[in-house]
Ligand binder design. Structure first.
Ligand code: CP3
Length: 345
């Protein structure tokens, strides 16, 4: 198996910089649409053979150094008792938002082996199919990001209802986050037991918080998950991706994660200065830079590789998910360029 990704996560020397793309299993690939045309999105998440097939597609098509489980961060919330729908245009919708004491009290902490067997079966299937290829990354949402979907009832711009609950009913907010945190800890543990070789925690919307609110309403729950995983014997690398989180980087250093994921809004060399030798870094090409002509894209890639030189380890990635509009050939070129431009010795 190609161990480059795992070595870089652990801060070990590698022959070249490993690379994968957030949301690499997805709609920019015609091969994804072929499978997706037979199922709804949620059906696909619940059908291990289909989920495994689209997980492997980018490994074979792009030549990335890691696979990420095909699922969604919102899938476990359904089993907490919040019905989930995906609408073609609007994205995810929770038709019964969680906004009061009764709604929080009704939520349960599901046993992943019983309630989310399709996720764990997909992981077990993938470990067999990926045996001679690349490591498999499992994932979850971070508690704050997951809570925004439950409270807002779907995607949001201002996160007004979430902040309203945080500010006016902090105890209710804490009760909700405690349940999501317990669910996420069990869920990630079960993914590792099923065979996940690394974990990424996606905090997609945490960048809307001030540093003070981050320290009070988001970071402690991430710290709790990582601490409980590590105390419970989990040894696989853990990546924490705080999107739009450059200003939160000094605090994110205390998350307990082995790797911090960076969005593109911070210069890589600057990030290395802030985090020092404590953690490896992942990132951070602007997803739209995949539209650049090859020579220009290489300039951006080289700058990031040079900036990451002093890091404990570097995993190349986009600064957020790949967009459906990107031609697959451009993504493939990026992967090949990262390998070529970073090759040592
Ligand atoms: O990275 C991968 O390739 C693995 C699969 C994966 C998906 N979602 C598949 C997906 C992962 C890791 C996610 C995480 C996820 N889901 C996040 C965190 C990452 C991020 O982008 O910040 C978030 C916020 C979600 C919630 C979500 N899921 C939204 C807002 C949407 C609709 C908008 C969109 O981007 O499509 C989804 C749907 C979704 N999740 C799709 C895929 C492939 C598209 C579904 C389709 O085929 O129509």
């Amino acid at each position: 198996m190609n161990e480059t990704f795992l070595k870089a996560c652990r801060g070990e020397q590698t022959d070249y910089t490993p690379v994968w793309l957030m949301r690499q299993a997805g709609r920019y690939l015609p091969e994804y649409h072929t499978v997706r045309s037979k199922y709804t999105f949620l059906e696909m998440c619940k059908t291990p053979a289909a989920a495994a097939e689209v997980t492997i597609q980018p490994v074979d098509i792009l030549g990335v150094d890691a696979a990420i489980l095909f699922s969604d961060i919102l899938v476990p919330l359904e089993k907490m008792g919040a019905p989930l729908e995906f609408h073609e245009k609007r994205g995810p919708v929770f038709p019964q938002p969680v906004r009061d004491r009764a709604a929080v009290a009704k939520l349960v902490v599901p046993d992943p082996e019983l309630e989310l067997p399709y996720v764990l079966d997909t992981i077990r299937l993938l470990r067999r199919e990926l045996a001679n290829k690349v490591p498999l990354i499992g994932f979850s949402g971070a508690p704050f990001t997951l809570a925004t979907y439950l409270i807002e009832g779907g995607s949001s711009r201002q996160f007004l209802l979430t902040k309203q609950m945080m500010y006016t009913e902090p105890e209710l907010y804490a009760a909700l986050l405690d349940k999501i945190t317990a669910c996420t800890t069990l869920y990630l543990k079960a993914q590792v037991a099923a065979g996940a070789q690394a974990l990424q925690i996606f905090d997609s919307w945490v960048g809307v918080l001030s540093p003070y609110d981050f320290s009070k309403f988001a970071l402690p729950y991430v710290q709790r998950i990582i601490r409980e995983l590590k105390e419970g014997g989990v040894t696989v690398p853990i990546i924490y991706f705080a999107n739009n989180g450059a200003t939160l980087l000094p605090q994110s250093l205390t998350s307990g994660a082995d790797v911090l994921g960076l969005d593109w809004r911070i210069d890589m060399a600057e990030a290395v200065k802030v985090v020092g030798p404590k953690v490896a870094l992942q990132g951070n090409l602007d997803p739209c830079a995949l539209l650049l002509p090859p020579a220009k894209m290489e300039e951006r890639i080289s700058a990031i590789l040079a900036g990451a030189k002093g890091a404990r380890g570097h995993i190349f990635n986009l600064g957020h998910g790949i967009l459906p509009e990107i031609p697959p050939a451009q993504a493939k070129f990026m992967v090949e360029a990262v390998h070529r431009l970073s090759r040592r010795g």
